[in-house]
Every structure is written in C-alpha cells, then in structure tokens.
Write a protein that binds this ligand. Structure first.
Ligand code: HEM
Length: 507
C-alpha cells in the first residue's frame, strides 16, 4: 500500500445533480438550506449545536436519539449529509442505502486508508480525540485496500471457514449454560450484565484457541478498552500480551483453532500480523455481538409486533436476529472511507481526503428501499449491518450462531422469562458508533443450576463476577445427582410464551 493512493476523481456531476447550497464539511459550511435541522435550535442538537451550527453527532441530543437525528438529516440533506464529530471535526454521513453500498463497494474512489484524511494531514485531529481509535491507520485489514487487503482477508476467511458450525454451537451452549447457572436459582437477573456481555468473548476465546480460564479476564479487559476506562491502556496491553503468548504457543504446537490456522495459512502472516488480527476479531466480536444479543432479547421479550407475529407462527429466532440487524444494527455508523480524489455521491461534491461515515442504521431505514419500516423483514439478509464490499464482515455467521444459540439456550432453561421493568425504563450505554442496552432486568421462576461442576474445568461464572457487583443471595436448590436440569420447582409457564417459544425456536 502506498501512503497516498492514486487520486481517481469521480465523474463531475451535472450542475443540477448537486444539491445547493453545498456545505463543505472540511472547509466550512455554506449558507444553510431552509429548515435544516443542523441550523435549527430546536433540532436534534439544539443548544448543543457546534459553532458553525452543523449537526454534531457527538452532541447529547444526537447520541440520545441517533435514529431521529439521521431522519432529520435525511429530510434536510438527502442521502449524504454534512455533520460534525468530536472537536467539531467535519465529515459526511452517508444516509442512503444505495449510497452506502456505492461508497463501500468502490475502493478506487473511497479508500480505507485513513492516512489520506485531510484533517490528519493538516494536524487537526487532537491526540486525545475519541475518533483516533477508529480512524488512526494501523497495519490491519480494516485499513488495507487492494492486494494487501486480499492477502490478509484470504487468511481470515479461510481460517473462519474451517470452524465447525456444530463446534461453535457446542461452545455457545456450554458457556451459556454456565452463565445461566450463575443466576438461574435466584428468579431474577440483569441479562446484559450477567449473560449477554460475557457470552461472545467466552465463545471467541475458545474459537481462537485460548484456555478456558483466560475468558473471564478478557471479557473485563475488552470492556474496559471499549469504555475508555482509566485502565484501558493496561487492559489493551493485557489483551495483546495474552495473544502474543497464545501465538508463540500455537506456532510451536498448532491446534484446531483460529490462531493456529492463521499462523499456518499459506499467505504467511507474521506473528505480529496474527496477534493484531486476533485482537481486531476479539474486540469487534465482543461489542457487536453483545449489542445484537441484547437487542434480540429485548425484542423477544417486549416487542408486541414480534410477539403477535410469533402467535401467528411465522417468525423464528433467526428472523428476529435479522430484524434487529435491520432496525438496530450494532454499528450505527462506521468510520469510514476517505475520498481518494474529488468525487460525487448522493448529489454531493466530495473533496479528496474527506471522511465519509457509512450510516449503516440510517441506510437500513432508508425509505427508498423500506417505505414501511414497521413491515417485518422476515429473514431478509440484505441489510447493511455487516458493511459491504471487500471489507464486509467475515464473522457474521459466527455472531448469528452465538446470538441464536445463546438465546435458544436461555429460553429453554428459563421458559417463563419476562421483563421486570417497563420497556421505557430501559436505557442504552451510548456511543456514537456502537451502542447496546445497559441493562435488561428480568424475572423468572427459579430453577436449579444444571451444569455447574466443581473442579478446575467448571468455567462457571459466579454471579458476583458476572455482574461485576456483589452476589445476591442465590436461592439455588441442591444440584441433582444426575446433573440434569432440576425438576423442581418447575417454572410456572403461562400465557402466550410456551407456544410462542416453540415456534420461535423452530427452524
Ligand atoms: C453482530 C456482530 C457483528 C457485526 C454487526 C459486525 C459488523 C462488522 C462491520 C460493519 C464491519 C466493517 C465492514 C466494512 O468496513 O465495510 C466488520 C468488519 C470486520 N468484522 Fe465484523 N461484525 C460482527 C461480528 C464479527 C465477528 C464474530 C468477527 C470474527 C470472527 C468479526 C470480524 C470482523 C473483521 C476481521 C472485520 C474487518 C474486515 C475487513 O476490514 O476486511 N466480526 N464487522
């Protein structure tokens, strides 16, 4: 890869194809179009608006209700809108479905190589910017194009393809069972803190070849990295060290796991490349799959449209997963792509070196392809949740397997699971790129732990550890000798749920 990819200017748009006035997000805004929410004090950003009055995606109003913000931007600007980010740095937000695909699928015009960003070249991105973790160029596939990208992606794709689907589901079942054992006797839980936030990382550590005992510590470390906690740097160092020693061990004695397959791939990845890509995989998997599982669970437990459809017997758990990937994709926006030369998209003139954010959530809601957003998508997989083009997510089937097997296990173990707070009391831990439910309090009839064993291989996550707080008094009865799910007390299964769940799980 070169530092400055060849500039390939796009076709100069016909003058009437370009919306006027055209704010130039990098060099300052032109006069606002009438009714533009970016300039409306009551708009999405209100008094939080940036000095030049463009919508700031980091403003509390935008973060609190990103979908409403995207719709106001779409109404005012069409499929591509000028926005501001942290420190009032300008960018384009791609809102149209087709425009998102155009940007994602045309690397000659829109590169992943962030080193061409005008704001980097002009030294306008502060060293403390929250944009840096996602935009600062690193030698990993996310920032590669062309042959360099093809080489690493073929190693990643081939290694992921070797994973045995049944093996993935077995790991998910095992870890989901252990997590459920941590709270099943109590009759109440926060499913996000005690189940959802742990499952993806525990499963991924197995798939990449780490021992059981590394799982819980990596869950905490990766959460701290994502939250920007005071210990984020140390946690990141811990993740890298853990992966470095894994790669050294697997190079000496390969096993049946992602680390060994990446190391042994004919493309000849160096140890550093393997470590860096395993890290990308762990961090991406954890946040995104956590978000996906939490949203699907909320939908299963609360959405009347979904439950009504269930009663009609049409929607499966897999349908619910795809519906969430349409309506609440884990990555709301994705930074990004950078224009390799002056070009045009969605009627906007884009300058060489401008940053474009893929608006995955906005694109999924584009009325041009989804005039009725309330219509169920029934398993349709053409959403943008996994991106598009050469960088489209290679792990999508893994995350689907973790989500639907994990939820299947949960509903089977706790069949009368129900929310213990009103839906409007739920809130999200908000971020401009990804977000997930902060908590999902539920109640159910207590059941005995089914799988918890003593000894070194239990891997069971004690409640205090899982929730990060003090353990509540478990009302778990004695474990039955045969280790099977406890027969008593049987959950009181009432109402729609048992029949609905049977249909939900039908494939
Ligand atoms: C619900 C879960 C997930 C979501 C929503 C998701 C979404 C995405 C998106 C939007 C991208 C960027 C695509 C682009 O730039 O056009 C991406 C890239 C990537 N994802 Fe995922 N992902 C998920 C799970 C996973 C899992 C489980 C793995 C690993 C096994 C994984 C590995 C990767 C990698 C390595 C990349 C970089 C690919 C590249 O740049 O070529 N993801 N993912």
């Amino acid at each position: 890869m070169t530092d400055t990819p060849p500039a390939v200017p796009g076709p100069e748009p016909a003058p009437d194809a370009v919306r006027d006035p055209v704010p130039d997000p990098v060099r300052g805004a032109a006069a606002p179009p009438p009714g533009c929410p970016a300039h409306d004090p009551d708009g999405a950003t209100g008094e939080d608006a940036a000095p030049d009055r463009l919508v700031n995606l980091f403003a509390p109003g935008s973060v609190a209700d990103p979908m409403a913000t995207y719709e106001k931007l779409r109404e005012a600007h069409g499929p591509v809108a000028p926005v501001l980010l942290a420190d009032d740095l300008p960018a384009w937000l791609v809102l149209g479905y087709r425009e998102n695909l155009e940007v994602a699928r045309t690397p000659a015009r829109f590169t992943r190589d962030s080193r061409v960003w005008t704001l980097f070249k002009e030294d306008r991105v502060p060293p403390t910017s929250p944009l840096l973790p996602l935009t600062e160029w690193k030698p990993v596939c996310r920032f590669f194009d062309g042959e360099e990208h093809r080489r690493v992606r073929s190693a990643i794709n081939d290694s992921i393809a070797r994973l045995n689907r049944r093996g993935i589901r077995r790991h998910v079942n095992r870890y989901a069972g252990r997590l459920i054992d941590g709270f099943s006797g109590t009759g109440e839980a926060d499913l996000v803190g005690e189940f959802v936030e742990h499952l993806p990382m525990l499963v991924m550590t197995q798939l990449i070849g780490l021992p059981d005992e590394d799982g819980p510590r990596l869950v905490d470390a990766s959460r701290e990295v994502m939250n920007g906690a005071a210990t984020a740097v140390a946690s990141n160092a811990y993740i890298v060290e853990t992966l470095q020693s894994l790669v050294a061990r697997k190079r000496a004695a390969p096993g049946h796991d992602l680390a060994s397959w990446l190391i042994g791939h004919p493309e000849g990845l160096s140890n550093l490349e393997v470590v860096q890509h395993l890290r990308v995989i762990l961090v991406i998997t954890n946040e995104t799959t956590t978000s996906l599982i939490a949203s699907v669970l909320r939908m299963v437990l609360t959405d009347p449209r979904f439950r009504a459809t269930l009663a009609g017997g049409h929607m499966t758990l897999l349908d619910a997963v795809e519906q969430v990937l349409w309506d609440e994709p884990p990555f709301l926006t994705l930074p990004g792509r950078w224009a390799t030369g002056d070009t045009e998209v969605g009627g906007r003139r884009i300058k060489a070196g401008d940053l474009l954010l893929l608006g995955l959530a906005a694109g999924n809601a584009d009325p041009a392809i989804r005039p009725d957003r309330s219509a169920p998508m029934l398993g349709n997989r053409s959403h943008l949740a996994f991106g598009g083009g050469a960088h489209e997510c290679p792990g999508q089937d893994i995350s689907r397997a973790i989500a639907d097997t994990g939820i299947d296990t949960l509903l089977t173990r706790l069949p009368d699971l129900r929310m213990s707070v009103a839906e409007d009391e739920l809130h999200w831990n908000k971020a401009w790129v990804t977000r997930h439910l902060a908590a999902l309090p539920v109640e159910f009839t207590p059941v005995r732990a089914a799988r918890t064993r003593t000894g070194p291989d239990t891997g069971a996550v004690p409640r205090a550890e899982a929730s990060g707080g003090a353990a509540r008094q478990a009302r778990t009865p004695e474990r039955p000798a045969d280790g099977e799910p406890a027969a008593a007390p049987e959950p009181a299964v009432t109402g729609l749920w048992p029949a609905a769940k049977r249909r939900l799980l039908r494939r």
